[in-house]
Design a protein around this ligand. Structure first.
Ligand code: COA
Length: 342
């Protein structure tokens, strides 16, 4: 049983190196029959391989696929045979560390298509395989070739618009998963997992290998590796601490029905039904005064000891400045009206 499969239309630079790949119909655990056809039509020899396929090979591949149940892939292969852009057929036998750009793009697609969950795929080493590119209205361009392309566009009477210069493209240029609203599409990277019913407002951001399980209102930042549970609300400008650049080594997550207030932040994973006061950043080492229902001090502990615990309310005492934690008595409910249009 193979791990993943995709027919992709990509971009190469003048050296013939892959820059990016678009997989319209990636699949997890492709059937044996499909892989057998890849072996015969495309000379696939097993393992993890990204095969640059010619038009002739793709026509044969499509014809062979027609004899199987994989009719969707057959019609994609048939269309790909007429592509003006290079086509790659990628087979991952196992979820090993990726060794090529097309392999990385297949993994990122699987997450954004909701076929794999963040943390569900091996993504180590991907930065070295993702070239930093100019993402333009004419597609991805190698930065070394950019000045020439800009000049050519101007000489032809056009302007080359550069949307971003980055290793990751925006997700919506590759897939728009069902039932989401994304106010500013540049704020969600390919490889994000955007759960059904999620709204990402302009201030919201979702990195790769991160996302939301289901209905959520995201007006803050979901860092790489962070997963937000159903029904949780990330307030305007709030932050979830990532582990990529000097963050702690605890994997941050947000439970279900949580509220992280505007401009607040978390450096510990929250359990279900937790709230963080607007403006309060709770880091793992923050000393927290635990209060009982009468606001009496029970003990002082580090926030990391409260990781994953449900029903907590964190606030900074506006008179003493001490960070306090109480039992959260009013679990939040997402504003129904805001979500009615998803
Ligand atoms: C922390 C928070 C959840 C508390 O809200 P709440 O549970 O409704 O609490 P209240 O404001 O009703 O306050 C309850 C009591 O605690 C006190 N209190 C609240 N915050 C306090 C603080 N930081 N320090 C000291 N006392 C505080 C209130 O004065 C009140 O006292 P009382 O019982 O004597 O009247 C709220 O202030 C908050 O920050 N919400 C986030 C909202 C947000 O940012 N949404 C996203 C928008 S984009």
């Amino acid at each position: 049983m193979s791990f993943a499969f995709g027919i992709g239309i990509g971009t190469q630079n003048n050296q013939g190196e892959w820059l990016e790949v678009f997989y319209p119909q990636p699949i997890m655990t492709p059937g044996r029959e499909l892989i057998d056809v890849v072996e015969t039509a495309l000379d696939y020899k097993g393992g993890n391989q990204a095969i640059h396929a010619t038009a002739e090979q793709l026509t044969q591949f499509a014809n062979a696929l027609r004899q199987t149940d994989a009719t969707d892939q057959a019609s994609l292969a048939e269309k790909a045979a007429n592509s003006k852009r290079p086509v790659v057929v990628t087979v991952l036998e196992t979820d090993d560390t990726a060794s090529s750009t097309p392999e990385v793009y297949l993994k990122l697609h699987l997450i954004s298509h909701r076929q794999a969950k963040p943390h569900g795929l091996k993504l180590d080493g991907i930065f070295g395989l993702l070239p930093n590119l100019a993402w333009t209205n004419e597609g991805a361009i190698d930065l070394n070739e950019l000045p020439e392309r800009q000049l050519k566009a101007r000489l032809d009477g056009r302007t080359l618009e550069i949307k971003s210069v980055d290793k990751f493209p925006q997700m919506t240029d590759y897939v728009v998963p069902k039932g989401v609203r994304i106010a500013d599409t540049a704020r969600v990277r390919l490889g994000a997992y955007v759960g059904e019913g999620t709204t990402v407002m302009h201030e919201g951001f979702i990195n790769f290998n991160a996302g939301t399980e289901g209905a959520s209102m995201i007006e803050g930042r979901i860092s790489a590796g962070v997963m937000v549970g159903k029904g949780s609300d990330l307030g305007g400008g709030c932050s979830t601490m990532g582990t990529l650049s000097g963050g702690g080594n605890m994997v941050i997550a947000v439970g279900e029905n949580c509220l992280i207030g505007a401009n607040a932040g978390i450096g510990i994973p929250l359990g279900d039904r937790c709230k963080v006061e607007a403006g309060l950043y709770v880091t793992a080492g923050t000393k927290v005064a635990l209060l009982d229902d009468d606001n009496k001090l029970v003990e002082v502990i580090k926030a990391r000891d409260l990781a994953n615990k449900p029903d907590l309310l964190f606030r900074r005492n506006s008179q003493t400045g001490a960070v306090e934690c109480k039992t959260n008595k009013s679990a939040i409910e997402l504003n129904e009206e805001l979500h009615a249009n998803n």
